[in-house]
Design a protein around this ligand. Structure first.
Ligand code: NDP
Length: 254
């Protein structure tokens, strides 16, 4: 693929994210607490998660490993961080969920698949084929963009993993109900899992300092900000004693 064609694709991908944001914010994604039978065929929740996330792992890894570029040293760090996140999200997280008997619409799995395929391709192709040693020389390890980006990434990963763990342990094995989470960053926001994930991919965008990285950060906000706002509204409507000072996703702000 010509480099100019690739970048046109990435700009279009970012434009689509901005265009669909006002739509996504009006539609409550029908899985988990918002699950709905109106969205057609459903599959097992755990299997749904694995199938939905698998392209992010496989497509990204294939395009990186079989790319025709130089793959400068720092790109292997980007590759490893991506793998660390998606090995957890695809092959560990679904088996930790206490989600017995729950279903997910197939439509959500297919939409998630589409997103993960495109996102995996864009970032894998960029790092495996287009990234050059001029862009990422050995000294890039000491570059402020790399240092700041990796710190933001790990702060986000810590918040995301801690929040996932707190949520999972709110239920005893076999339970399926909901309670108000009180620990960790839940003291500040209703959805620290989403806040952490937004931080992670913002950090990735900063450390790669690339348009593909930026496109992932933009899409993460577009996917997760509406979900966090819907969760927050649901908590306030469901629990009369829900902490009034708690924000939805960004501490002290929103
Ligand atoms: P949720 O917070 O909706 O659910 C996470 C798990 O915790 C589910 O098993 C849920 O059960 C359970 N749970 C949530 N709240 C409570 C509660 N109050 N009491 C008891 N159990 C609860 O997370 P998401 O499904 O939205 O996301 C899961 C992970 O995937 C997050 O880390 C998120 O950042 C990531 N993600 C990333 C996306 C991206 O674009 N990068 C897109 C979507 C998710 P149940 O399923 O029964 O509701």
């Amino acid at each position: 693929m010509k480099e100019s064609t690739f970048y046109l694709l990435v700009y279009t991908w970012i434009a689509i994210a901005i265009f669909v944001f006002p739509v996504i914010i009006r539609i409550v994604a029908p899985y988990g607490r918002h699950s709905s039978k109106k969205w057609g065929a459903v599959i097992d929740n755990r299997l749904g998660w694995i199938l939905m996330e698998l392209p992010a792992l496989l497509v990204f890894a294939c395009f990186f490993l079989f790319g025709t570029g130089n793959r400068p040293a720092v790109t292997w760090i980007f590759f490893s961080l991506w793998l660390l996140h998606y090995l957890n999200r695809t092959l560990v997280f679904p088996f930790r969920l206490r989600t017995k008997g729950k279903k997910m619409p197939l439509a959500i799995v297919l939409m998630g698949n589409g997103f993960n395929f495109m996102n995996g391709f864009i970032n894998g192709y960029f790092l495996g084929t287009l990234a050059t040693p001029d862009q990422y020389p050995l000294g890039y390890f000491l570059d402020m963009r790399f240092i700041a980006g990796i710190l933001i990434f790990f702060a986000g990963m810590f918040i995301n993993w801690q929040a996932d763990t707190i949520l999972i342990h709110l239920r005893k094995p076999g339970e399926t109900g909901y309670v108000i989470p009180q620990k960790g960053f839940f003291r500040f926001v209703s959805c620290p899992n989403h806040f952490g994930e937004i931080l992670e991919w913002t950090g990735f965008a900063v450390m790669t300092w690339s348009l593909p990285g930026l496109s992932f950060a933009v899409w993460t906000v577009v996917n997760l900000l509406p979900r966090a706002l819907h969760h927050h509204k649901w908590y306030k409507a469901t629990f009369p004693d829900y902490p009034a000072e708690r924000k939805a996703v960004f501490p002290f702000f929103l």
